[in-house]
Write a protein that binds this ligand. Structure first.
Ligand code: NCD
Length: 305
């Protein structure tokens, strides 16, 4: 099925049909990966523009392109690019669109992806725009939930931590809202609540959500999605220091809980190392799904172009 979009900027663009088609294709890509990949994107070039730190998203997009026989050109950090000299995002994307068949960009400014996509001559993927959205992470999170539970409908998902600045939880809650009978629990200090624009979109879609402050409230559901307190987004360092240890999940907390623990990573202390040994810990399985989902997106978006 062809996708309903050319550029992937925000989860709001996706229909359930799009999401199901991408996950279906990603499941197929898992088999392709078992054979080491194939050559369907031979001759195609991905430009990876990462103007904010990244390990997983950057490398998994590159790995996905290589596994499908394509090539990757990339730039890291603003300092080594023309943005440093004052070039606009729009000009950069117009130029890079002449070199590559598809562009993937991460940038610290919310809204930067929409600006890039609006002028891009080739398919454009948002790999994280500041505290805005991170749609490809949400898709791999969705695939993880499906694999861990068997299905998505009816999932009770608690999201914990910095829900204000965490772009992954913004995208994931909107993506889950396309499914039936979803119950969301947002657990955060009151300073780091899920933003109003996301809450009102969920209400418009009649999605049940509750807001809490205690980590224990998330232990009875299906998924406990932990997040990092996003140090780089705080204006006041003291506020960060006060909130950084708001939630620390340990193996002891999970003693009587079958909840599946997810995390987009990197973690910086909010999941103790002893949790890694439990069957509940799905965050390294989650990472693996990133390559398959990004292979599916690259193949489908280039097919659409
Ligand atoms: C996340 C991000 O960049 O938003 N990381 C990722 O892409 N896996 C989460 C984070 O940085 O906390």
């Amino acid at each position: 099925m062809p996708l309903s979009f050319t550029h992937l900027v925000s989860i709001e663009q996706l229909s359930r049909k799009d999401a199901d088609a991408i996950i279906g294709e990603a499941e197929h890509m898992e088999n392709v990966l078992k054979d080491g990949g194939d050559e369907r994107l031979h001759g195609k070039i991905l430009a990876n523009l990462f103007y904010e730190p990244s390990t997983r998203t950057h490398l998994s997009f590159a790995a996905a392109m290589c596994r499908l026989g394509g090539r990757v050109i990339s730039t890291e950090s603003v300092q080594f690019s023309s943005l440093y000299k004052g070039e606009t995002i729009e000009d950069t994307i117009k130029v890079v669109g002449e070199y590559a068949d598809i562009i993937c960009m991460r940038h610290a400014e919310e809204g930067s992806a929409a600006r890039g996509a609006s002028v891009s001559p080739v398919p454009f993927i948002n790999a994280g725009d500041g505290p805005g959205q991170h749609p490809t992470q949400a898709l791999l999170d969705l695939m993880t939930i499906k694999k861990e539970r068997g299905h998505i409908d009816g999932a009770r998902v608690a999201m914990v931590g910095d829900l204000k600045h965490g772009r992954t939880v913004h995208s994931l809650s909107l993506l889950l809202s396309l499914y039936d009978n979803i119950h969301l629990l947002f657990i955060s200090p009151k300073e780091l609540r899920m933003p109003e624009n996301i809450r009102s979109l969920l209400s418009k879609r009649s999605i049940r959500f509750e807001e809490r402050q205690n980590l224990r409230d998330g232990l009875d559901g299906d998924i406990l999605y932990m997040t990092r307190i996003q140090k780089e987004r705080f204006k006041d360092e003291r506020e960060y220091q006060r909130l950084r240890e708001a939630y620390i999940l340990t193996a002891r907390d999970l003693k009587d809980s079958a909840v599946t623990v997810m995390h987009p990573l990197p973690r910086v202390g909010e999941i103790a190392l002893d949790v890694d040994l439990l069957p509940n810990a799905a965050y390294f399985r989650q990472v693996k799904n990133g390559v398959a989902v990004r292979m599916a997106l690259l193949a489908m978006m280039l097919d659409n172009a």
